[in-house]
Design a protein around this ligand. Structure first.
Ligand code: NDP
Length: 286
């Protein structure tokens, strides 16, 4: 029977640590870290994500500005707004909520955010630094997964076989890179991978970031594996669920993260952490 790793509990610890920092800054009457979140359109999942970020900032006393723009916002308007926040010395982090409407070129928008304010870690400069193993803002979900793995204290990733299902720029590719840097032997799988279960069954650590409700069943798992479920889906009954069949897999794995209360809260905690780190960089420059 697996030990269930609640990311929500780890995230609460991290947020409590950050709140202490915010309280100390208030005592000093110092400027507080400020995160600007830009939402274009009213995608229901995006509305819920940005509201989660707003609440998390409020809970620790970090400043947050939510900019809601209409679905018909143009590329130029969005670029002008980003430039304004790039130049604003009171702003430490800028996050443009994805996905963007189809008429907007997502890559051009992500490139426009100043790398030192790119708290989502999606700018090519920061991705390049991550690839080189240089200090940088890491993308929040992979960073949160690594923090969860670090807290499973008996596990040394060195020499372990880590299998990642999914190769998105947001989760699959960066988590594979971070696992590699931690000396794991990494295999990346995706929708075109042949005999995928024969690969996942070899995984000491299995990271699942696909977006298919309960796709990974017991047959995919090596006994004693660490299973990290990144997926956030709705099942036929409209209940939140992950990409892993939690009830079946928990009997075979050694550790498993649930959905909800798993990686989702870690992602938000890492966004706050990145924003605080950006603040420290900006403060030092003055
Ligand atoms: P993407 O849709 O960008 O990528 C999904 C990946 O899964 C692709 O690489 C795709 O392969 C692969 N895939 C799809 N079907 C299969 C299959 N049958 N077998 C093997 N691989 C498959 O998704 P994201 O990476 O952005 O997100 C993945 C999941 O994680 C989603 O549920 C999302 O909501 C969730 N998520 C959760 C976060 C959190 O904070 N908890 C943060 C970000 C995402 P191919 O490349 O070949 O198409």
């Amino acid at each position: 029977m697996a030990e269930v790793i609640y990311g929500s509990e780890i995230a609460a610890e991290i947020k409590a640590e950050l709140k202490i920092q915010m309280d100390a800054l208030k005592q000093e009457n110092a400027r507080l870290p400020r995160l600007v979140v830009i939402l274009v359109g009213a995608h229901p999942a995006s509305l819920s994500y940005v509201s989660g970020k707003e609440k998390a900032c409020a809970a620790i006393g970090m400043e947050n500005e939510l900019v809601k723009l209409g679905e018909d916002t143009t590329q130029e308007e969005l670029l002008t707004l980003i430039q304004k926040y790039n130049e604003d010395e009171a702003v430490d982090g800028i996050l443009v909520q994805l996905p963007l409407p189809k008429h907007i070129n997502e890559a051009e928008i992500l490139y426009a955010i100043a790398p030192d304010k790119d708290v989502d870690g999606f700018h090519p400069y920061n991705i390049g630094r991550m690839m080189m193993g240089s200090p940088t803002y890491l993308p929040c979900t992979p960073k949160g997964i690594m923090e969860v793995l670090r807290r499973i204290t008996s596990v040394d990733l060195s020499g372990k076989h880590a299998v990642v299902i999914g190769r998105s720029n947001i989760v699959g590719k960066p988590i594979a890179q971070l696992l590699l840097q931690a000396n794991a032997t990494v295999t990346i799988t995706h929708s075109k991978t042949a005999q995928i279960q024969s690969i996942t069954k070899q995984a000491d650590i299995l990271i699942v970031a696909v977006g298919q409700p309960r796709m990974v069943t017991q047959d995919w798992i090596k006994p004693g594996a660490i299973v990290i479920d990144v997926g956030v889906n709705r099942d036929e009954q409209n209940r939140l669920c992950g990409d892993v069949d939690f009830d079946a897999v928990k009997d075979k794995a050694a550790y498993i993260t649930p959905v909800p209360k798993g990686i989702g809260p870690m992602t938000i905690a890492m966004l706050l952490k990145n924003t605080y780190d950006a603040y420290l960089v900006h403060r030092k420059r003055k």
